[in-house]
Ligand binder design. Structure first.
Ligand code: C2O
Ligand code: CU
Ligand code: CU
Length: 471
């Protein structure tokens, strides 16, 4: 990237990899892993989940003696847990004093007008009821977050995000493995405990904070017994941080992706979790501990000096007790069937690019920035299409589509085609700089859907398009 003449916002160019807050407070480490609060079901009816949800300012104490003003849902990052077939009714109130917001149900098969699109904002102080049904076969680890035009990145880095677990009728993963949520967020904290606003480097690269938190804590401790297997559900709820993960002293098996379980487990040495992606793992703690979930170096493309995704950060420590765990049932060799999507009736191409526009960068799809009043693509409901995402930019962009899950077919880079190693359901796929990703996609509900880069600063800058799905 040619940085010629660009205003770097007065930042120190000498070695600092990303705009760190000065006099960065120290966060306590080593507390027991916290469970995220559950959003209680207020309905007494079987098959109906009803609750109130409010986005509101709150004060959190991340560091000793410092109050941090954040935005939270009902005072936290709640987990909604429901079952396939359930009806969901969420009475939402926007308690953010000065901004519109929405609740977007990331990855979920929700009707377009209930999906918290930027085209359906909830004004400050206003309320909105979101109603949708969870179809059979939709069990997966989803999440939800704000999606107001131009304010998504800010509202997420100030704290707004939650988990939406849809459980199946019958779960093939042994209950003995438990079900542990690990929600990754990325915090930048100034010396006075405040959360600094995005600067120019943040808007270009996506905001990368100073502290990766798991369920709101830095490097918390998970207590396990020797020989224990744990089901871990990982959520990358950061604005822009690529998490290339390694579990030292433990073995990882991938059992699921954004859209639910794989057909069969896949052993992993490491896992790349791009912004908005989820992964379900079974981790076996057979070695003497501790076992650490750490980051590896990742080259995702970065404008300016240094790079943000440092290796060697410990995100979570599993303390392994010597007393052995009761015998664990084996993970089944077959988890479920994923029917392949049939041959596409049409293909469509999306070119991701970056360019200078005045003093800042423009991040575009097919040469255009997002315009709420322009439909970019028209697709027929029920049609299977082949989408080709071509990354002509200098950095990775995680591409996300609303309202459905897709199946990756292949990746192409420098003329070399690599088939997807296994079938899975995804709603976000990282497209490496210079790479082309092809996937099969179908939309089953009519209405307007967004597709965009899930580096939230890029989305806010317009790396997003509108898809009209016609009945
Ligand atoms: Cu996770 Cu358009 O969103
Ligand atoms: Cu989404
Ligand atoms: Cu991007």
């Amino acid at each position: 990237m040619d940085m010629g003449g660009m205003d770097m916002g007065g930042m120190d160019m000498g070695g600092v990899s990303n705009p760190r807050a000065e006099g960065m407070p120290v966060l306590p480490e080593g507390q027991p892993l916290r469970e995220l609060p559950r959003l209680a079901n207020q309905s007494g009816e079987v098959g109906l989940f009803r609750a109130n949800l409010a986005a509101e300012p709150a004060i959190v104490r991340f560091a000793e003696g410092l109050d941090t003003r954040v935005l939270l849902y009902n005072g936290g990052n709640p987990v909604i847990e429901a079952r396939e077939g359930d009806r969901i009714e969420i009475d939402f109130r926007n308690g953010i004093p000065d901004q519109p917001t929405t609740v977007h149900w990331h990855g979920m098969p929700v009707p377009a007008d209930q999906d918290g699109n930027p085209t359906v904002p909830v004004a400050a102080g206003a309320s909105q009821r979101y109603v949708f049904d969870l179809p059979q076969g939709s069990a997966a680890p989803y999440w939800f977050h704000p999606h107001p035009h131009g304010h998504t990145a800010e509202q997420v880095y100030r704290g707004l995000a939650g988990i939406f677990l849809v459980k199946p009728e019958k779960d093939p993963i042994p209950a003995e493995y438990g079900d542990t949520i690990l929600m990754f967020t990325d915090l930048r904290l100034a010396a006075d405990g405040s959360i600094p606003e995005n600067g120019m480097m943040d808007r270009m690269n996506g905001r990368v904070g100073d502290h990766v938190l798991v369920n709101g804590e830095k490097n918390p401790v998970l207590a396990v017994a020797k020989g224990e297997k744990r089901r871990l559900r990982l959520f990358n709820a950061t604005n822009a941080r690529f998490l290339r993960l390694n579990f030292e002293n433990a073995s990882m098996v991938l059992i699921g992706t954004d859209g639910g379980l794989l057909e069969a487990p896949v052993a992993l040495d490491e896992l790349l979790l791009a912004p908005a992606e989820r992964a379900e793992l079974v981790v076996a703690f057979d070695q003497p501990g501790p076992a650490k979930l750490t980051t590896l170096d990742y080259e995702r493309g970065w404008m300016g000096p240094g790079k943000p995704e440092e290796a060697g950060m410990t995100l979570l420590t599993a303390n392994i007790s010597d007393s052995p765990a009761p015998a664990m049932p084996a993970l089944p060799a077959k988890l479920r069937e994923i029917a392949p999507l049939p041959a596409p009736v049409k293909s469509r191409r999306f070119v991701l690019s970056e360019s200078m526009s005045g003093m800042s960068m423009a991040f575009q799809i097919n040469g255009a920035s997002f315009d709420m009043n322009r439909i970019d693509e028209v697709m027929k409901r029920g049609d299977v299409e082949l989408w080709e995402i071509v990354n002509k930019a200098d950095m990775d962009h995680p591409f996300h589509v609303h309202g459905t899950q897709f199946q990756i077919v292949e990746y192409e880079k420098d003329g070399k085609v690599t088939k997807a190693p296994y079938r899975s359901w995804k709603d976000t796929v990282n497209v490496v700089s210079g790479q082309t990703v092809r996937f099969l996609i179908r939309q089953d509900m009519p209405g307007q859907r967004m597709y965009h880069c899930h580096i939230l600063e890029h989305e806010d800058l317009g790396m997003m398009g509108l898809l009209d799905v016609q009945a």
